[in-house]
Design a protein around this ligand. Structure first.
Ligand code: C5P
Length: 402
């Protein structure tokens, strides 16, 4: 459970996306959070307070003049008892109020009286979202350190298509979990490789592998959430760049090698997650080879440089972490690799468990032996790896000065 012991105050404003917030409460509770809900009057026309009460197990605040609230101070207590205040959906009208510090109903008063971080998940028609007034208000809120989640693009309840949809409940949950991560890599610089490489044979053919890049991208995201400055050097993958991460796309192992070696000495950590092709064709044909009645060509291969081993051999190397994807004998091969490449930590995974999927089973191998992690989504495992890296760093290295 990713939100065990966390207290979430949820504000629901008037919009059709309010029905999705009922699902959001369910997801938050499932992750161990305690949830208290306050609704604007308009929100109660879309979903009843009873729904939120049943899902959160707590009374729902709707009325500024409710005399049953102890000492009439709901606006003070609501955020004092919360680790975060999330407004989802946040209507255009409510965002305008927030940007201007208005407090003319219960939820706007609770929000102004908060002393915890505030997140908003805007939801509105695409025209409302694109208006200069709304964009001005969003810019003001960002300037006031309010976290803005989304909005997404897509079909809208009104039948139009465009930007302004509220993020899906599962996406809001992910964002929230991300913001609760401790900043264990604050001030650190982390470089990582991810995905496969593609070694050309001719202009249309090449040698590659089935690496999806998902584990590397999850690690990049987890490192960013932990406060690191992250540079991700990746082979051909169709994955969105995690927010706040600098991405450099390459194709071949030699290109990856060049991008890594020119930077590695300036980083605190290097994580080699990429499935780098061990070899490449010695000659890349300039023309597409033809079936012209001759026997099939014999492709001569040459070794690619071992990027990780080279970085680890620098005079002042960053903390180096490798990956070992194996089809069997994981402990033996992983430990052998760790010693050969002279790196403090190698992360093993059995390919049968997770190549291309969203979950994985990992094993850490370091000087203290091995630690088997429970099978979990790649992002959860990535966060565990970041925690381990932070501990190793504390013991080994002072932060890199920029
Ligand atoms: O030796 P092997 O390829 O199995 O080692 C895997 C580890 O080494 C991974 O961390 C991978 O990113 C890295 N590696 C590399 N350059 C290569 C081959 C592997 O950085 N040419």
């Amino acid at each position: 459970m990713e939100l065990e012991g966390k207290r979430v105050a949820l504000g629901v404003t008037g919009g059709i996306a309010a029905y999705k917030s009922a699902e959001l409460v369910r997801l938050l509770v499932k992750q161990g959070a305690s949830v208290r809900v306050a609704m604007t009057e308009a929100a109660t026309h879309f979903v009843t307070p009873t729904t939120f009460q049943a899902l959160s197990g707590n009374r729902v605040f709707t009325d500024q003049w409710d005399t049953s609230v102890a000492n009439g101070m709901a606006h003070i207590n609501f955020s004092r008892e919360a680790d975060v205040l999330l407004i989802a959906p946040a209507s255009a009208d409510f965002l305008a109020k927030l940007a201007n510090g208005l407090a003319d109903d219960l939820l706007s008063t609770l929000t102004l009286a908060r002393d915890c971080p505030l997140l908003v998940a805007p939801a509105m028609n695409r025209q409302m979202w694109s208006k200069p007034a709304t964009q001005r208000n969003i810019a003001t809120l960002i300037g006031d350190a309010v976290g803005v989640l989304g909005p997404a693009s897509g079909d809208q309840a009104c039948g139009e298509v465009g930007e302004g949809r509220m993020l899906e409940p599962a996406e809001i949950l992910e964002e929230l979990i991300a913001r609760f991560q401790p900043e264990v890599l604050k001030g650190r610089k982390l470089l990582l490789t991810a995905g496969p490489t593609f070694e050309a044979i001719d202009p249309v053919r090449g040698i590659t592998n089935l690496s999806s890049g998902k584990m590397g991208f999850a690690i990049a995201r987890a490192a960013r959430e932990a406060g690191a400055e992250v540079t991700l050097i990746c082979g051909p993958v169709a994955l969105p760049t995690p927010r706040g991460v600098t991405r450099i796309d390459i194709t071949s192992a030699l290109e990856m090698h060049a991008e890594v070696t020119q930077r590695a000495a300036m980083y605190d950590v290097f994580v080699g997650v990429a499935a780098v092709a061990d070899y490449r064709p010695r000659i890349v044909s300039e023309q597409k080879s033809k079936k012209d009645g001759n026997p099939p060509p014999i492709i001569e291969l040459v070794w690619n440089p071992d990027i990780l081993a080279e970085v680890a051999a620098l005079p002042h190397p960053p903390l180096c972490v490798g990956f070992a994807a194996e089809t069997g004998n994981l402990a033996e091969y992983a430990e052998k690799k760790r010693r050969k490449k002279k790196i403090p930590l190698i992360v093993g995974n059995l390919i049968t468990d997770g190549f291309g999927g969203d979950t994985n089973t990992l094993v850490f191998f370091d000087d203290n032996g091995q630690q088997i992690l429970k099978p979990a989504p790649k992002l959860v495992l990535a966060r565990q790896l970041i925690t381990r890296i932070a501990t190793l760093l504390e013991n080994l290295h002072a932060p890199m000065t920029p």
